[in-house]
Design a protein. Structure first.
Length: 116
């Protein structure tokens, strides 16, 4: 499945669109690993836009804000961070279900607690 990601890099005046293909299933059939792949793909696309031709530099799924928003009969995934913003969709999947999967994926990737 090819997914278009609209990307805006902070400090620029234009947005660009990149295609990613992180999953083969349609959104209605996504599981947590598919959602992880979509989020990572969106972050990779943002990094590639800022640093063309550089090796994959995305380390983990943290340090960004996200929202799932209804749009034209589906939902959008929007990410925002210091680097900029990325929006993908609309996807035909229930909003609450996708939000739950994103929440689980990000929680499973959280930094371990610091013990002093």
């Amino acid at each position: 499945m090819t997914i278009s990601v609209d990307i805006w890099i902070r400090g620029t005046e234009v947005a660009t669109t990149k295609d990613i293909s992180p999953v083969t299933r349609e959104p209605e059939a996504w599981n947590d690993e598919d959602v992880r792949a979509v989020l990572e793909g969106m972050l990779h696309a943002m990094d590639e836009t800022k640093h063309p031709g550089q090796a994959n530099r995305v380390a983990g799924l943290r340090g960004f804000s996200w929202i799932v928003n209804p749009y034209e009969g589906g939902v959008l995934i929007a990410l925002e961070m210091t680097l900029g913003a990325a929006v993908s969709g609309p996807f035909k999947i229930e909003k609450d279900r996708l939000e739950g999967m994103i929440t689980r994926v990000l929680a499973s990737n959280a930094a371990p607690p610091v013990v002093h």
